[in-house]
Write a protein of this length. Structure first.
Length: 96
């Protein structure tokens, strides 16, 4: 096999991936990170001048499970879309 190697990855190219509400049903097989914890980490890294590139989550079909709305919450953190209406349209498009 190949020897262990380090692969440099600047935070500016890193996209954080999260498991949304379904992760609460996996009995420790997936990590659930609350939107508040995500925001806290993002703000701290941004203030340090090293914000990550963005976020992603899966599974869109599970959006809203356990009242967890990553679409809305992650948008609020990144401030990409100007209104909740824009976010709702995005979710509707993805569900088609």
């Amino acid at each position: 096999g190949l020897p262990n190697q380090r692969v440099p990855l600047p935070l500016s190219k890193l996209v954080w991936g999260f498991a949304n509400g379904w992760a609460l049903d996996t009995e420790d097989k997936a990590l659930y990170v609350s939107p508040k914890a995500i925001e806290s980490a993002y703000v701290a890294l941004s203030n340090a001048g090293i914000p990550p590139r963005g976020f992603m989550f899966w599974v869109l079909g599970e959006e809203g499970k356990h009242d967890i709305q990553y679409t809305k919450e992650l948008n609020n953190i990144l401030e990409i879309r100007s209104s909740q209406n824009d976010v709702s349209k995005l979710k509707e498009t993805k569900e088609l």
